[in-house]
Design a protein around this ligand. Structure first.
Ligand SMILES: [Zn+2]
Ligand SMILES: [Zn+2]
Ligand SMILES: [Zn+2]
Length: 256
């Protein structure tokens, strides 16, 4: 099954755009598409609402997008810009009167336990996040009847998971994808892939590297995310892209 709707909750790199104290043309742009919170998406599929990553902007993002329900949260990796907002699942605990299931690799779960120790203890203080944690790795898994294919990608030396739901896939924080993992990203309607900027970076694809990968994988449509202010102005970079590639922006909704 493929998603019916995907909402980009955030499309910015770890610092977000504008960056604190930066006066560059992107950080001071009045184009709303140049304002990027930390990366996250909502995937609506089979009547379920999944969130991928809960960065530091999670609360603001779900309020802004009008997210009323979360059935599960999937984590790509343990970096703070993808995990820092987990505490705010409390709002959904309260609204739904239920725990929220989290799906992550073992090392991500270990980090969540360190950083949110109060949510995992024996005698929990009332009002802490109510979560159920499920370990995943490279094997396909099913969440509430929805089949999900993880894709292992490399983020410098760190292993990160991308996720494929039917003909839609989301890959953030990567600068290398092994051939056998690339094979899991073929025949897609939509591929979301990260590209930080135009110049080389130790742990993220450049725009050119992402475009090469898109040309190899041939999704019908591709969207770029995890964007730095160094990428340039949205409107100008967009003009340079092939017709089937777009820069994502915060608030972009794909109806599939
Ligand atoms: Zn990141
Ligand atoms: Zn800037
Ligand atoms: Zn990262």
């Amino acid at each position: 099954m493929s998603p019916s709707k995907v909402t980009f909750l955030g499309t910015g790199t770890s610092q977000g755009i504008p960056m604190i104290a930066c006066n560059c043309s992107v950080c001071t742009s009045t184009d709303e598409r140049d304002k990027r919170l930390r990366v996250s998406i909502q995937v609506e599929i089979g009547g379920k609402s999944f969130i991928i990553d809960t960065g530091p902007d999670f609360r603001q993002q779900v309020l802004r997008a009008g997210v009323k329900r979360v059935d599960a949260i999937l984590y790509t990796h343990e970096h703070k810009d993808h995990t820092a907002g987990m505490d705010d699942v409390r709002g959904f605990n309260y609204h739904q009167q239920s725990t929220i299931p989290l799906y992550a690799r073992a090392q991500v779960i270990e980090q969540l336990k360190r950083e949110f120790a109060y949510a995992f203890g024996e005698n929990k203080y009332p009002g802490v996040p109510e979560i159920d944690v499920y370990e995943i790795d490279g094997q396909p898994f099913t969440v509430q009847g929805i089949d999900i294919q993880p894709i292992f990608v490399k983020h410098y030396y760190l292993d990160v998971l991308g996720f494929r739901f039917g003909d839609f896939a989301y890959v953030t924080d990567a600068n290398f994808i092994a051939p056998e993992e690339q094979d899991k990203l073929r025949n897609l309607d939509v591929l979301v892939i990260n590209a930080l900027r135009k110049t080389t970076h130790i742990s993220h694809f450049t725009l050119a590297e992402a475009l090469d990968l898109i040309a190899e994988l041939k999704p019908k449509q591709a969207y770029i995310t995890h964007i730095s202010h160094q990428m340039g102005l949205h409107a100008e970079v967009q003009k340079e892209l092939p017709s089937n590639v777009s820069l994502a922006y915060d608030g972009l909704v794909l109806t599939l």
